[in-house]
Write a new protein. Structure first.
Lengths: 385, 385
């Protein structure tokens, strides 16, 4: 069997998870040939974990130039995603980028421009797109069968993190280290799914609290209102502070209502579309006949390894990616719009003023203070995305 | 048995419903002695319905002066609630006022001032407060057992109304006739319950669409963000346009999560409060041990007749009302704050600038156009509040 020869850049939590998947045989078309990390302790930890036939590098560019790999996975801190992706593309290597695509859209736009000129495969780690319930939701909404989307409500508050999570790295939850909080670290998947399923909003007004529940610089509580091109409205609410959160997506359409909650999808179909019913019905308190219908999904959720396997398939046989790299800018645009709205206390239109966003972000980066007390803990990422 | 002698002012949809309840024996301590309505057709409809031993008046003041009643129920269009309530109080009659308390808080403040100087019983028709699930929710939240409220999310979009509903009265959904849309007509109950259970918000930013789903002047779609004094945030979303809406209230507290949906209440208790857990836990991805606990309620929901019976009990024996009349201003203050925020496209603080609200409302009232095509239909209010 032909295999792609993968180099992993960055073996923090996520990089390690990907290596482990390959080691456990979940990615039969991927050979892990090299690992690059500028932190010698993390390199040692990988060696201790028994990764054999792997060449280690302290420098990512050296790894790229070594000729060992034909593809790389970028799993470094957010600010450096675009830098390494661009470097790899320019060297003719295929690239998979961990989410988020970057911290600010200006940077990601550069990455996309380089990708457009190159002919490498460029993918984004939106592993939630492999989840059967979201795939089915997209299929139902996109089918056109139920008319327009009218209202979207996503309560995604089950990202609970205790203080020690933030204390486990000096870069965590700082403007200079991560460039944002729950929106940049935890929510990129949902922001991507939102635009994947419902399309891009055109207007945004967000309310944010910074360090509300934790001793951190960045946002840990967000309520965002949005409008779509067809006039539909939406609300996106997230936090890392709720002791027992909720993940509930509700989409109201002209002739159906759809709810995704707890890995299951519920659908109600209307006998008549709302606009039609409103026009023709003669009873002031008339209601639309509706019925709940069983939604069958394939039950499959291949997660990270599914994204990596599709990446290998794209390189080896030109198959489809789970998410094209250039799509990473969409969720980030929503995230940036939320920040810009909250910072300027105003409603913003999308695409946002990217220069203004960058200036506002840099103000915060300059004032940012890395934590001096960092607790040395090994995080168990089981149960995270 | 001693009974109160009630006169009903206004026998539109709601007035008729109250009369029917009394006729059906649901209010054993209330005698319906008089009905006032300036519309002869509505008076005739009541006579046709066989209300006996009832004296009819075309003028409410004449009814009040007749000496027949010791108490009145005000069920006229919203703008006139305060006027008739004040008139009755000044004549020493006990008053029950249909929701909303009025259209603008300035007016309701006058009503409350008169009430304070008088010694009549003054109640507000917040019949949703009799619902066992909301009573239980208030009890749980107020107990203090679960610490502070942190987040409130009420998706109350099951107020569907087709166009003919709005076409059934020339006053409906006009600034001059109702002074608002879904917030003034459908939501007063939820806005009252919100403040009853969670307390008053101190800050509000609302996004509203006017005549979005219907051919009407006023709002039929609202998304409102709010903040409470302790920093808790909330979101209130409502519409009369969703074909199949939702009524789901979620409250996140320091050590519990509570959901009221479909007449049932779900509660999860945390073993440790979130602030305590965050401080003491040593695992970066640690989660708080929680368990769902059975919530027992008495299952009782006495609705309108429950409110009326409590009113009679208050008059006859000094018993507690379901909702004191002076509390009506709270939900209306929230509603007015939402309108003012949307009209001025700005965040408003509560209590609002009542003069500014009044000016902005009057601008719209002056430009308001009563509908010229009204469909003559008899509404079946079964299933409405």
């Amino acid at each position: 069997m032909r295999k792609i020869r993968l180099g992993v850049i960055g073996v923090g939590n996520m990089g390690r998870t990907h290596c482990k998947n390959i080691k456990e045989g979940k990615c039969p078309e991927i050979e892990l040939v090299a690992i690059a990390d500028n932190n010698a302790m993390r390199i040692q930890a990988m060696k201790d974990d028994g990764y054999e036939n792997v060449t280690y590098f302290a420098d990512a560019e050296e790894m790229m130039d070594s000729g060992l790999c034909d593809s790389v996975l970028v799993a470094v801190p957010h600010y450096d995603h675009a830098k390494y992706a661009i470097m790899a593309m320019e060297k003719g290597l295929h690239v998979m980028v961990e989410k988020p695509a970057g911290v600010y859209t200006k940077q990601v736009r550069e990455m996309n421009a380089v990708a457009e000129k190159s002919d490498v495969v460029f993918g984004m780690m939106f592993n939630q797109r492999t989840n059967h319930v979201y795939r089915k939701a997209k299929e139902l909404v996109s089918s056109g069968k139920y008319g327009n989307i009218r209202r979207v409500n996503w309560l995604i508050t089950n990202w609970y993190r205790p203080q020690i999570y933030y204390d486990s790295g000096d870069w965590r939850a700082t403007w200079s280290g991560e460039g944002g909080g729950v929106l940049l670290n935890q929510c990129p998947h949902q922001l991507d799914l939102l635009q994947w399923i419902c399309g891009m909003p055109v207007k945004m007004h967000a309310f944010m609290q910074f360090g509300k529940w934790h001793d951190i610089e960045v946002e840990d509580d967000v309520t965002a209102y949005m409008e779509f091109e067809n006039g539909a409205t939406g609300c996106f609410i997230t936090t890392t502070g709720d002791g027992l959160g909720t993940n509930r997506l509700e989409i109201q359409m002209d002739s159906a209502k759809l709810i995704v909650e707890k890995e299951s999808i519920s659908l109600w179909e209307f006998e008549v579309s709302e606009p039609e019913f409103s026009k023709t019905n003669k009873q002031p308190f008339g209601t639309i006949p509706t019925k709940q219908v069983e939604v069958e999904t394939d039950g499959i959720n291949e997660r990270h390894s599914g994204v990596m396997n599709a990446f290998a398939g794209a390189i080896l046989r030109g198959e489809a990616l789970v998410a094209g790299g250039e799509e990473g800018i969409n969720g980030l645009m929503i995230s940036n719009a939320m920040h810009l709205s909250a910072w300027t206390n105003s409603t913003v239109t999308l695409p946002i003023d990217e220069e203004l966003y960058y200036e506002e972000l840099m103000k915060r980066v300059r004032a940012s203070k890395r934590k001096t007390t960092v607790v040395n803990v090994v995080a168990d990422t089981d149960g995270t995305y």
